[in-house]
Design a protein around this ligand. Structure first.
Ligand code: ADP
Length: 516
């Protein structure tokens, strides 16, 4: 009773916080830092709101005041709609999310309280996401024999110990490793909603192997047309529940990262002060440390002194340019005398430019800007070479071969393409696997691909799959399903969705245009 009263009291002020926060979050003129802060607030008000609603619903259920509002819906379509909101996070975390139906693509009309079953579904699917590591897989299946409708969510995740299995549907029960957003009420409410329908919810699980939650509902029908179930839980709720906010954005993410390598603290300071308004800056005081920092942070630009102890600037630059994780980074050498300049020019260190001390601040700025812009242009070329032009457009698309790249980058990308293309039809192909094929750690691989192409690896791979899909669509007689599987999409529906997102038309529209 106390909980209920408090929850009611909390709801009004919370709404009055949530609304302004949501409006602020949508504002266009926020700095990245403000955006991050407001997103944290927005995310957490959503979580609080959901919690309070859950407590109130649970109380209603216990008092027998929770009613069922049955409407006739197509369950097959609803499941697809509900899952839609989870694909973004699945993509981001490289989790393979699959839908399996035992009645292939047929409609599945049934009368349900859709709002409640959507919540049940949301709860068990988001639990699956919470307790499944990146690169894992989650499978949603459903089917009906006409009398009962069953749906289940299976994850290859942490699993639940035998001791806990008997309790997880109890109110406020949480297994020790508490998820930051958890409260232990979700499953008990899911059970209440399912039982209200006269159904059951069950779980099978093995620790370290994964869990399967299965909901069984009696098939009922009510008079009237099959209506489209209204969707109550959207991408925003899923993000609030499952996505982490990247607080590294708290550093001004709009600014490029500059590494200054110089043994002279005064020069470090001077250059930092000159450029601090335009760049985020890190510093190293010799070539060796510079190398370490450049591999770790993969900055957007490096300014490097020629004369330094431990490892001199030319050696440092040569090694930066020979290391696949850093080879694309522009390096500007600081030289003290014309002798140095000659050395820089004569010595094949791969530097992208040099500037002699004492330097003029305007010249320094201009050189930095031009190096960064150059790199940006190259990135954009990559990006547009991967963003196929709409079918109608006759504008020439940059070819990969027109893009200036160093040998190492070129070789890196070629090797990546070879590894990827050999397995393009494998929808299980993970970023980890490619990275290890390429002899890089996952994070190094990620940064390199991102630095070269502006795409995260998963995104790049999807682009390449789509590109290949488009080529097959336009140049072969293969069916859309064949093309989807050939290019490594787990289902034709997912292929269609991604294709539409990328090209603004569906594969079948492309085909019907061709046959016209
Ligand atoms: P919470 O809001 O804390 O997630 P739930 O009632 O939804 O509460 O879940 C209760 C507990 O059951 C969770 O704390 C978690 O330990 C466990 N659990 C639920 N789903 C899974 C799953 N798919 N894999 C592993 N553990 C799970």
């Amino acid at each position: 009773m106390f909980f209920t009263n408090v929850s009611h009291d909390l709801r009004t002020p919370l709404t009055l916080i949530a609304e302004p926060v949501a409006q602020l979050a949508a504002a266009k003129n926020l700095t990245p830092q403000q955006q991050t802060l407001i997103r944290i607030a927005d995310k957490n008000t959503k979580i609080l709101q959901r919690l309070i609603n859950q407590i109130l619903d649970f109380r209603k259920y216990e008092n027998g005041k929770l009613n069922l509002k049955l409407t006739e819906i197509d369950f097959a379509k609803s499941v697809r709609d509900w899952m839609e909101s989870f694909y973004t996070i699945a993509r981001k975390r490289d989790i393979k999310l699959t839908l399996v139906s035992s009645d292939a693509d047929e409609q599945l009309p049934v009368a349900l309280d859709t709002e409640k079953i959507e919540r049940v579904f949301f709860n068990i699917l988001s639990n699956a996401f919470k307790y499944t590591p990146d690169n894992g897989s989650i499978t949603v299946s459903y089917g009906s024999d006409g009398k009962v409708l069953t749906f289940s969510v299976a994850d290859v995740g942490e699993g639940i110990s035998e001791r806990d299995l008997g309790n997880i549907f109890d109110r406020f029960y949480q297994v020790d490793r508490i998820h930051p957003n958890g409260s232990g009420i979700g499953l008990s409410l899911a059970k209440a909603f399912v039982e209200l329908h006269g159904g059951t919810i069950a779980v099978e699980s093995t620790l370290k192997k994964g869990s399967v939650f299965t909901v069984t509902l009696p098939v009922k029908h009510v008079a009237g047309e099959v209506t489209e179930a209204q969707k109550n839980i959207g991408g925003k709720e899923v993000t609030a529940e499952l996505d982490t906010i990247d607080t590294s954005l708290m550093v001004d993410s709009d600014k490029p990262l500059l590494l200054i390598i110089d043994d002279n603290r005064d020069i470090q300071k001077l250059v930092s002060e000159l450029l601090a308004d335009t760049y985020n800056i890190i510093t190293a005081s010799n070539g060796k440390e510079g190398l370490r920092l450049s591999a770790r942070y993969v900055p957007d630009l490096i300014i490097c002194d020629v004369m330094m102890p431990v490892m001199d600037g030319l050696e440092c630059c040569r090694r930066i340019k020979n290391e696949v994780t850093t080879s694309h980074i522009p390096v500007l050498m600081l030289t003290a005398c014309t002798m140095d300049e000659q050395r820089v020019q004569g010595y094949d260190s791969g530097a992208d430019g040099y500037i002699s001390k004492p330097f003029n601040s305007a010249v320094l700025r201009a050189k930095c800007t031009s190096l960064i812009d150059n790199r940006k242009r190259i990135k954009e070329l990559w990006q547009s070479s991967l963003m196929p032009a709409p079918a109608e457009s006759k504008a020439p698309q940059p070819e990969k071969k027109d893009i200036p790249t160093g040998d190492i980058d070129d070789d890196f990308y070629k090797r990546f393409l070879a590894v990827f293309k050999a397995e393009i039809s494998n929808s299980d192909l993970s970023v980890d696997k490619i990275a290890s094929h390429m002899g890089l750690e996952r994070s190094q691989f990620y940064r390199k691909i991102k630095a070269l192409t502006n795409y995260a690896p998963v995104e790049l791979m999807r682009r390449l799959r789509l590109q290949q899909g488009r080529t097959l669509l336009l140049t072969t007689d293969k069916t859309i399903s064949e093309i989807a599987y050939d290019t490594g999409f787990s289902t034709p529906a997912y292929f269609t969705k991604c294709y539409r997102d990328a090209y603004g038309e569906t594969p079948s529209e492309v085909r019907s245009k061709m046959s016209r």
